[in-house]
Design a protein around this ligand. Structure first.
Ligand code: BG6
Length: 505
């Protein structure tokens, strides 16, 4: 969001610099910001890891991975080498005070080199269980004393329920002020997610229709083809509700349903999002089955290739009850949305990778037209977040010919037509964190409300083992019960592509 480039010299400290996130996302993002001239002139990345390594060894490791994971990998080898020369490796033991003293000396020596007290950005790319230890030592050694200069980025999951999130936040607040804490949800960095705000509040023609008077229902889908890959150990204790719904899907819901902010200032936007989370109708334990569906994938085929079931995947218990799919119906108790169902679904090993929002408008009150074989298609606005990045408006037109019958048509805005090289989500978010713009990061009350909205569901699921897992085939669109969830209200999951292919997901 931030237009302002941070030009203050900055030191970035990455805890877990040898980990998966760092190699796939963080280093490529910093490299692309560097190549785009978005890094401050003076900056240094201190990469912390357990193993003994020289700067040279670590830089070579980063170089190799940039070749694989960076969107600009092939563009400029010299500049890439120039980029890695800004990286210093430091062996670090999270549990040892001594390591933090060494880090402190390193920070001070870089400040001296820069001739100024640099900004400090700490990135915690580590398992949540280490956050507390790191935070305690950062306070003890005094590594982040300047509220306006020193920041910390925390990855999700932020806690595992509301109670643990409150405890984590209280612990962090002993070391950091709220304005120093940047809780990341990478979906908020995606171009197409940010575009929801631009689309809604940069145009006058959609907003008057954006409410219960005109909208029949809203669907938000984040479907993945991948399974749990190498992350079985992590995913087993988490599941789709906490991994995807509590954060990514609720954030998309906020962007879709929020009121217009008074300004684009961080707090104005985050206030309006927090309102949405607060207005999610809390359901009673005995209603959980009525409003939600959970699923787990069985063996199946994705694009013709056989894939194993979740329980056969690496690191997964053979009798695991972790859900890999969630569908749910949400109501927002406010003036704008009263009575409009928001259907959310997310799953792994689905038929195709697809993140989209479908806004389905109410049917015409009366029509004398005939509709050929396709039937009447309600007006829809479809916002494709990924991998397609487009906005489609579907409406009825006259079928060419002598009779006055109708057929569906659509108008499309395709992101790829105006830009082939959008920044990656992490580039946007890191650039904002460097510039001290927290707009796209989760404020504490948002995280708390998001947990509050799903805590009852996870509690009920924990205490009532599913009886039918696995209940959907890899390569399908999830359990049948998810179709029934909508069918009860005469609705169906809508394809994000074809107008002709009405009822096909
Ligand atoms: C992460 C989840 O936050 O988002 C993963 O932990 C998931 O399980 C990923 O695969 C999806 O992100 P993206 O950007 O690939 O849609």
């Amino acid at each position: 969001m931030s237009k302002v480039k941070n030009s203050t010299p900055t030191i970035i400290v990455i805890f877990g610099a040898s980990g998966d996130l760092a190699k796939r996302k963080l280093f490529p993002a910093f490299q692309n910001l560097f190549l785009d001239g978005r890094m401050p002139e003076k900056f240094q990345i201190i990469a912390l890891g357990r193993a003994e390594k020289s700067d040279e060894e670590f830089r070579n490791y980063v170089l190799e991975n940039l070749n694989t994971f960076s969107r600009k990998a092939t563009l400029s080898p010299d500049e890439t080498k120039n980029f890695v020369s800004h990286i210093t490796y430091l062996k670090h033991d999270i549990d040892k005070e001594e390591s933090y003293h060494e880090l402190n000396s390193k920070l001070t020596s870089i400040d001296e080199l820069f001739g100024i007290r640099a900004n400090r950005l700490f990135y915690l790319s580590i398992a949540p269980s280490f956050i507390s230890t790191i935070s305690v030592y950062i306070k003890k050694i005094g590594l982040t004393p300047n509220v306006s200069q020193d920041r910390i980025i925390i990855e999700k999951p932020f806690g595992y329920d509301k109670t643990s999130a409150i405890a984590l936040n209280e612990m962090l607040s002993q070391t950091f002020k709220e304005e120093q804490i940047y809780r990341i949800d990478h979906y908020l960095g995606k171009e197409t997610v940010q575009n929801i705000l631009a689309f809604r509040f940069g145009n006058s023609m959609f907003e008057p229709l954006w409410n219960r008077n005109f909208i029949d229902f809203v669907q938000i889908t984040v479907a993945e083809e991948v399974g749990v890959e190498e992350r079985g150990g992590f995913y087993e204790g988490v599941g789709a509700l906490k991994d995807m719904i509590q954060n990514h899907l609720l954030q998309i819901l906020c962007m879709t349903a929020m009121e217009a902010p008074a300004s684009l200032g961080a707090d104005d936007i985050r206030n309006r999002k927090a309102d949405v989370l607060r207005s999610i109708r809390r359901i009673k334990p005995e209603e959980v089955d009525h409003y939600t569906v959970r699923g787990q994938y069985d063996a199946g085929f994705i694009k013709g290739n056989p894939v194993a079931g979740y329980r056969q995947d690496k690191g997964i218990a053979p009798d695991s009850n972790t859900e890999t799919y969630v569908a749910m119906k949400i109501y927002l108790d406010n003036w704008r949305w009263q009575g409009v169902p928001f259907y959310l679904r997310s799953g792994k090993r689905m038929q195709e990778k697809q993140s989209s929002i479908v806004i389905q408008f109410k049917p015409v009150p009366h029509s004398s037209f005939s509709y050929g074989n396709e039937g009447m298609t309600p007006n829809r606005l479809i916002i494709n977040i990924q991998p397609s990045m487009d906005i489609k408006l579907q409406f009825m037109t006259k079928k060419p010919g002598l009779s006055l019958s109708l057929r569906p048509a659509e108008m499309v805005f395709d992101y790829f037509q105006c830009s082939t090289m959008s920044p990656e989500a992490y580039e946007t978010l890191l650039s904002d964190a460097l510039a001290g713009d927290p707009t796209l990061f989760m404020r504490w009350d948002q995280v708390e409300q998001a947990w509050d909205a799903i805590d009852t569901i996870q509690e009920v699921w924990k205490n009532n083992a599913p009886v039918n897992f696995p209940n959907y085939k890899a390569g399908s669109w999830g359990p049948e019960a998810a179709d029934e969830l909508l069918a009860r209200q005469g609705h169906a999951w809508v394809s994000n592509t074809a107008t002709e292919n009405e009822k096909v997901k």
